[in-house]
Design a binder for this molecule. Sequence first.
Ligand code: NAD
Length: 421
Amino acid sequence: MTHARPTILQNSLTNLERATFLIDGEVPAEISDKLRQPVERIELSIDPQLSDGRRHGYCAFVVRHSTALGPSKGGIRMTPSVSLDDVSGLAMEMTWKCALIGVPFGGGKSGIVADSEQLNPLDKETLIRDFTRHAIRHIGPQTYVPAPDMGTNERDMGYLKDTLSSALGQATTQGCYVTGKPVILGGIPGRREATGRGVAACVVEALKRLGRKVEGATAIVQGFGNVGSVAAKALAEYGVRLIGASDLHGAVYHEKGLQVAALEDHVNHTGTVKGFPSGMAIDPAELLTVPCDILAPSAAASQITAENAAKISAGLVAEGANSPTTPEADDILASRGITVIPDILCNAGGVYVSYLEFTQETQQEQMSEQEVNDRLQRRMTEKFNEVWRLSEERKISLRDAAMYLGVKTVCTALIARGRLS
Ligand code: NAD
């Protein structure tokens, strides 16, 4: 019998329930109800005129889950299936991620229901600009600061910034309205690579803690997009061998290893890993179950489920994506001794470097890529080890430890604001 995959929101709520159970007695009991609800959930209908001369209707969402620690922070997802519930779940995850990694932001997220791969560049730009005009009241350095997510990129963030500054009648925006934008517009070097680099930093720490060798370890990456391809490249620098990679169109595998730079070139030319000459085609679902040391799901949510968790043959799962493992699958992986580095820790490098971009713009400075990478590496290592120590002390999973730290920090801020007594 096949089960429906749980939604991102269901996964997030279950993880929150587990965290509030662990925190029980340390913060007021009403906390769970309070943290389930976002502070703002917006639905937008937009109808830009595209290059065929017609108006096309799109739905879009903005959710601000929390402002306890600061303005809401989170990317804009553009996929055909993104829903208001998905965006709500992702915004909630951002709240814990920002708190855990130690940046003064709350959680937020946006969604645009559109297939970015089917839009020509001009139409995508038009859609991003139209979304920005409609969402303008909800975006700002003190309210919600967007960034790229699945289906959007640095270029789109440049259009967003331009649309906002034009609307204000100014050459630029005062303060940081968006992160992950081009460096020439106030972006920060290394932001595009930050999430993938952070994933690699966590993997290396985890392998050390588990007493396993880094050099020569094998990795499989699901979703060879921004996060997945950079994680593969950063891991290769540590001597890790990429043996499989997939995307929406297909998957490739080679037990001796795939050349990451050549695979990246192939994707840049063809738009997919499919057809990579030195790899063998493999069913993308089967690729997840191939034996390897590191499995990095770096694409969609709910990919490791109760259906396939018993077949996962990796020693370590590093969640580059948000919510790729369902809570049921988490329990199965734990019972099989497979360590999972949870998303709110593993892929937090992006929002950490977004924070550096935010401070850089406020102070009108420019950090070097080396400085950004050094600070990212230090923060990821420090937070990984904090989570690891707590998980050992309390004999809980890394996800429960990370959630405990994230939720507790948000509660402490709410108490300090007098919103929780
Ligand atoms: P992206 O659009 O650059 O890449 C996504 C990749 O995943 C594409 O190659 C796509 O074809 C592939 N994909 C989508 N569905 C798939 C499926 N079912 N099976 C296999 N491949 C599939 O997106 P991204 O920015 O790399 O984001 C990937 C994930 O990482 C998302 O879950 C996102 O929320 C998360 N994330 C991204 C960032 C960031 O800084 N970009 C930060 C934190 C978390």
